[in-house]
Design a protein around this ligand. Structure first.
Ligand SMILES: NC(=O)c1ccc[n+]([C@@H]2O[C@H](COP(=O)([O-])OP(=O)(O)OC[C@H]3O[C@@H](n4cnc5c(N)ncnc54)[C@H](OP(=O)(O)O)[C@@H]3O)[C@@H](O)[C@H]2O)c1
Length: 327
């Protein structure tokens, strides 16, 4: 009989619900326990999603001996505290993006996971999407030749709530940490290295966080990435990858279900690659596969690239003179 990995969820918010829905599609995973600051919310979330146990505090879940892997689904500024709590109890961790609000926290989290010999990964679900995995194959095969330029945006108009996690600096709000992390991570996925030049520009909003920001990266090959993010207006959120032999267009690049390949001679090909359920099962499966293979990080989203992205975001925030409370 296949071993069932017992998952626990910390924070019963919106993404936790989507993740729990996806978990149900995986044979060797079970949502075993959930924890909320509010007992009634935890109880209701457990009932909706078939979890055996629910707790009204996070530490009870983290310390429960039958919970193997913990998914952290709290606001950015709390990822550090909640991940460290889980790691302290020797739990494997999948923590929502960004892994932490800055590189100092990220390095401490990575070190703690290494010391306790537990698995840790940033829940950058984009990288596990079947179409993105296919894209990587296409790029490695150099179908469009050498990459010359990429463009990617993640701009969404999110409901304004100055106390909510998206706009509130206390909760690690701002466009770059919330959605800019996707195009920046995408650039690392495509180029696999640090840029040799990186510049950015931000519009800071009334709550003190960036409501929109844009990033321009240059690589040693001369290739350029033009990326942007916003939490106050919508864009189509596509990615374009230009190469010496053709270009690729990814509609909704962070969760694509289609890849358009356009060759310079005029031929085009469209690949349809749908994902199942809410799309979060792939990252969960990758976590479990890594753990079964005795690996404490996942090759598809290695911790050093999580750190590379957060270091870049630190640099950009420094250039805007923007610090989160307590930094
Ligand atoms: N991968 C994706 O596609 C995706 C999409 C959206 C968001 N995210 C990420 O997921 C994380 C959570 O986002 P979300 O949209 O699910 O947020 P959310 O709906 O606000 O849920 C966050 C949860 O964190 C818990 N929490 C603990 N302390 C809190 C505090 N002081 N203030 C507010 N909430 C607190 C709450 O759960 P309890 O009340 O149950 O304790 C809350 O429901 C963020 O890191 C975000 O970047 C990822």
């Amino acid at each position: 009989m296949t071993k069932k990995h017992r998952w626990g969820i910390i924070g019963c918010g919106k993404i936790a619900q989507k993740f729990a829905t996806s978990l149900k599609t995986i044979d060797n995973a079970v949502l075993y326990a959930v924890a909320s600051r509010d007992g009634e919310k935890a109880k209701s979330f457990a009932k909706t999603n078939g979890a055996k146990l629910w707790f009204d505090n996070y530490e009870m879940l983290a310390s429960h001996p039958d919970v193997h892997i913990i998914y952290i689904a709290t606001p950015h500024s709390l990822h550090y505290e909640h991940t460290m709590l889980a790691v302290d109890y020797k739990k494997h961790v999948l923590c929502e993006k960004p892994l932490a609000i800055n590189a100092i926290q990220t390095r401490k989290m990575i070190q703690a996971a290494r010391n306790k010999r537990v698995f840790m990964m940033e829940a950058m679900w984009m990288r596990f999407n079947p179409a993105i995995r296919k894209l990587v194959e296409i790029l490695n095969a150099k179908i469009i030749g050498e990459i010359t330029q990429i463009q990617a945006d993640f701009c969404v108009e999110l409901p304004y709530d100055k106390l909510g996690r998206v706009f509130n600096p206390e909760l690690g709000g701002g466009a770059m940490l919330d959605v800019g992390v996707y195009p920046l991570n995408f650039a690392y996925l495509v180029f696999g290295e640090d840029p040799i030049q990186a510049e950015s520009s931000a519009k800071m909003g009334e709550t003190g966080v960036d409501y929109q920001s844009a990033y321009m990266l240059k690589y040693k090959s001369g290739a350029i990435a033009m990326l942007s993010s916003s939490v106050e207006f919508n864009k189509p959120n596509e990615a374009w990858i230009y190469g010496t032999k053709g270009h690729i267009h990814l509609p909704l690049f962070y969760k694509p279900q289609v890849i358009h390949i356009h060759m310079n001679g005029g031929s085009t090909e469209t690949l349809q690659i749908p994902f199942v359920s809410t799309g979060y099962s792939y990252e969960a499966e990758a976590v479990m596969e890594s753990i079964e293979q005795g690996r404490n990080e996942c090759a598809l989203m290695p911790l050093h690239q999580t750190l590379n992205v957060i270091e870049l975001m630190d640099r950009f925030r420094n250039s805007w003179g923007f610090k989160y409370p307590g930094e």
